[in-house]
Ligand binder design. Structure first.
Ligand SMILES: *Cc1c(COP(=O)(O)O)cnc(C)c1O
Length: 220
């Protein structure tokens, strides 16, 4: 898309987003130049679905904050730990163990969100709502992991109203877990909502939204 248009889209979007809500630009399949236009429009965090694409972008985007928003395979965890300020898609103990091992070795703390499979869809990754508390408890010995909140996709339907109950459920979990007594859990970030659903997600309490199409135009 036209770079000036991307910048304009971004400025318009950021104007309508309430204070306290952070917009992550979802950059999959976009060029680094397109992402730079969004950064010029005011975006501070870029979300990536693929480690390879993020690596390519990193050289051009320099020190902008990047988040991993796609599924992360354990064999890419090391690269991811270096590229991303936050890995939003922690969805298994196995991945947590790998990140902890890397954090220990590198002497760094790795920030993550736990991905919640809020609609309990069998084909989707993420921790089931009823397993979330036990999942976090199993992470508590991991001194190089910092859980900073929750992320959910919700079901992919054409109608954002159908996603509302799942956003609401995730917010309830987020609130409940504020009281968890775990040294490496700090429930600060609630990442939910995309181009067609961010308004509903914000109404239900999201303080981070991940937007692609509305900034960059349709994907081809
Ligand atoms: C692509 C993507 C988004 C943004 O989707 P749009 O509908 O283009 O806004 C948000 N979150 C994740 C995890 C994505 O993969």
């Amino acid at each position: 898309m036209d770079l000036a248009q991307i910048r304009k889209n971004t400025e318009r979007l950021l104007k309508e987003i309430p204070e306290g809500v952070i917009v992550v630009a979802a950059a999959k399949s976009r060029t680094p130049q397109e992402v730079l236009a969004a950064i010029e429009g005011g975006i501070g965090i870029v979300g990536h679905n693929y480690v390879k694409e993020a690596e390519r972008h990193r050289e051009i985007l320099k020190d902008v904050e990047m988040h991993m928003i796609g599924h992360l395979q354990t064999n890419k965890a090391r690269k991811a730990a270096k590229l991303f300020g936050v890995i939003q898609t922690l969805d298994s103990i196995r991945l947590a163990q790998e990140l902890e091992r890397i954090g220990q070795k590198e002497g760094i703390t790795i920030s993550v969100l736990v991905e919640v499979n809020s609609a309990r869809e069998p084909q989707k990754s993420g921790v089931l709502p009823e397993d979330l508390k036990a999942f976090l408890e199993r992470l508590s010995p991991f001194q190089h992991l910092l859980v900073r909140g929750l992320m959910t996709m919700g079901p992919l339907t054409g109608d954002p109203e159908e996603m509302r109950p799942y956003f609401r459920l995730t917010k309830e979990l987020f609130d409940e877990l504020q009281g968890i007594n775990s040294p490496n859990v700090r429930m600060e970030i609630l990442s939910m909502g995309m181009s067609d659903s961010y308004t509903v997600a914000i109404e239900e309490g999201a303080n981070m939204v991940r937007i692609g199409t509305k900034i960059f135009g349709p994907r081809y």
